[in-house]
Write a protein of this length. Structure first.
Length: 303
């Protein structure tokens, strides 16, 4: 219903290069370039300017993109309104999200929906927060459960509808023989001289560690790098360091570690949000998933 070349232009704005745009849309770079050349010819204004080996968008391109974002949001609303005429119709929802949210929120929400709405088809993929927005924009995901970062689009971005889902505290994970383990609670500053386990590749959690430690008055010494919570927990258990761990993240029961609740003004927390393409939130299949997620969150908070 909308010129698909506008979507190509939107993804180029997000990805920055023709090659990355082609990868996101499963096209060849030559196809992307050709689409944009033809679009510029049809609208009668230049949309791209050469900048070395890269291209940059012209002022006219940004003007066109403003209208394109409005068109796509209205199309999502139209789909939602039309779907309301097909009550009970089957639907498909593709969900991406950070690992702890998938494990603690998405999986139980979908298990509930599986019994209540057997006609609902879902697909889940675990992704880092910064990867979720391109997936939504390119149409390869319909819903993301993620942690906003400094690189995330702002809440008012016309392409996305972002809403708070849960504020999740962070715990300090220590070996069970650690002096803080017996206390059960501590200030983050008490771990200033510890060795830390973290990974810059888990960007959202790594930024939270740096920001939280800075607020507590120190820079963490990251002695070892690991991404998966199973590996991180094992390193902590064997005394190689400590880590920040989200309250929802699972810890293997056979690992001799303890969660220490953090107190004080520097108590770290992260916000989980749901993000969809603007205008799509009311589409019945998506609305069902969002309602189930919110029900699981209410139960977690009440517990």
């Amino acid at each position: 219903m909308i010129d698909p070349r506008l979507q190509t232009l939107r993804v180029l704005r997000d990805q920055g290069t023709v090659t990355a745009t082609a990868r996101a849309l499963h096209l060849t770079p030559s196809t992307v370039s050709q689409q944009l050349r033809h679009l510029a010819r049809d609208v009668g204004v230049p949309l791209l300017e050469a900048e070395g080996r890269r291209v940059r968008l012209t002022g006219a391109a940004y003007t066109l993109l403003g209208h394109a974002d409005t068109l796509f949001a209205e199309w999502e609303r139209a789909r939602a309104d039309l779907a309301a005429h097909r009550e009970g119709a089957a639907g498909r929802v593709r969900i991406c999200g950070v690992s702890s949210a998938v494990a603690a929120l998405v999986a139980p929400a979908l298990a509930r929906l599986r019994t209540e709405h057997a006609d609902l088809d879902v697909h889940v993929s675990e992704e880092e927060s910064d990867h979720c927005f391109p997936l939504l924009l390119s149409g390869r995901a319909d819903l993301a459960v993620l942690i906003p970062t400094a690189d995330s689009p702002p809440p008012g971005d016309e392409r996305f509808d972002q809403r708070s889902l849960l504020d999740e505290p962070q715990d300090l994970l220590v070996p069970e023989a650690h002096p803080l383990a017996a206390r059960g609670a501590a200030h983050l500053g008490e771990a200033a001289h510890e060795r830390w386990i973290a990974s810059p590749e888990r960007a959202d959690q790594y930024r939270l560690l740096l920001t939280s430690c800075a607020a507590a008055g120190f820079t963490p010494h990251v002695a070892h790098e690991a991404r998966e919570w199973f590996a991180i927990s094992a390193l902590v258990a064997y005394g190689f360091g400590v880590c920040l761990i989200p309250r929802l993240a699972p810890v293997p029961p056979d690992h001799p570690v303890r969660r220490v609740r953090l107190t004080g003004s520097a108590r770290p927390s992260r916000r989980l949000i749901t993000c969809v393409r603007r205008g799509s939130r009311a589409q019945p299949p998506l609305a069902r998933v969002l309602e189930a997620l919110e029900a699981v969150v209410r139960e977690r908070v009440a517990a």
